[in-house]
Ligand binder design. Structure first.
Ligand code: HPA
Ligand code: ZN
Length: 345
């Protein structure tokens, strides 16, 4: 089968990833290897049985498995190996800049000290800069199903490591845990001078996106697909150029949309939203970043211009110095022009 011409372009372009939970890159093979290394019993006979359990009905059914899976992560080396495995895949996908979430409360809550998780992840990201040529940012994400007090206590523990943290996020069970629950925590985060983001409008209503913007003063919305239900919100997001880190394969796996062909990615672009494509929890959702782009290209028949728009949006939305951003955008333009010249001939 010959490669679709737009797929060839997708493969050639430099890309960003702005919505990636490092715990969500734990592949079944590594989960079993770490379980063995750490003497942890898994309730699955083998990798195939585990993969067969990845049949989710909604966000919560995924989170239950995702938190259980993270229990095999015990040592600094485990977190390093997890992060390095992701970074090697990222490099193979053409990712040149990645901004990843980690959930410290998932680990401190089961007795793993903050600096064990943070230290391993941070070291791998630092090594990736020199060894893989990938730049990165690390976002400490709070679990919204826990209390604001738990989040504030976690922030206190993180303070000595602030030099290695680039921003703060909010994830986990959305419904019933609105952004308004975390106003004091995010005010404290902002007072530290770091940018904040929040998952909103994945399963939750557009009102949660408004709250994330107005009450938490986030600079990006993670997911945000349900914003389309509120025209006033779409206008606000478009005018303020607030990036939305959309995760198409995640949305299908968690039944936000019944199939990829019904995903509103194109409508988001047409509405003037700064939508980007990302993988979320690729080990659980069946595809890393490039697979998300290729699957959307096929299911939605994305044009080369739409693909380039999405990739450009990623660089625009990234926390990169202006000069680096401009350099990558120029690379995107050049590769797009070369591709056009090639596909015209
Ligand atoms: N939504 C909320 N919490 C999460 C997700 C998600 O997509 N992935 C990991 N934690
Ligand atoms: Zn997410």
């Amino acid at each position: 089968m010959s490669l679709h011409p737009v797929d060839a372009l997708i493969r050639r372009l430099p890309k960003t990833e702005l919505h990636l939970h490092i715990e969500g890159t734990l592949e079944p093979e590594l989960m079993f290897a770490l379980a063995k290394r750490n003497g942890v019993a898994l309730p699955y006979a083998d990798v195939d049985a585990l993969r067969a359990a990845y049949d989710f009905s909604d966000l919560q059914s995924f989170l239950d498995l995702y938190y259980a899976g993270a229990d095999v992560l015990r040592t600094r080396q485990d977190f390093y190996d997890l992060t390095w495995a992701y970074l090697e895949r990222a490099q193979a996908d053409g990712i040149v800049h990645t901004e990843i979430f980690f959930d410290p409360q998932t680990h401190t809550g089961r007795g793993i000290p903050f600096d064990v998780a943070f230290g391993g992840i941070r070291q791998a990201l630092d090594d990736a800069r020199s060894r893989l040529g990938i730049s990165s940012r690390l976002i400490l994400s709070f679990l919204r199903h826990l209390s604001e007090e738990d989040g504030l206590a976690t922030l206190e523990v993180a303070l000595p490591h602030l030099a290695g943290i680039d921003g703060f996020g909010l994830d986990s069970s959305e419904r019933g845990h609105p952004p308004s629950k975390f106003q004091r925590l995010f005010a404290r985060c902002r007072s530290l001078g770091l940018p904040c983001v929040a998952h909103a409008g994945e399963e939750g209503p557009p009102a949660y996106v408004w709250e994330a913007l107005d009450l938490l003063q986030v600079v990006r919305i993670d997911h945000g697909v349900r914003s389309l239900e509120d025209l006033g919100l779409v206008q606000r997001l478009a005018e303020a150029r607030v990036p939305l880190t959309v995760c198409p394969l995640s949305n299908v796996r968690l039944k936000v949309y019944p199939q990829l062909a019904m995903h509103p990615l194109r409508q988001m672009l047409q509405a003037g939203l700064l939508a980007t494509v990302n993988s979320d929890d690729p080990a659980y959702f069946g595809g890393y970043l490039q697979e998300n782009l290729l699957a959307c290209r096929a299911a939605l028949d994305l044009s080369a211009d739409e693909v380039v728009r999405l990739v450009r949006n990623g660089f625009e939305a990234a926390w990169l110095p202006a000069a680096e951003q401009a350099r990558w955008l120029a690379d995107v333009e050049r590769i797009h022009a070369d591709w056009q010249a090639g596909s015209a001939g």
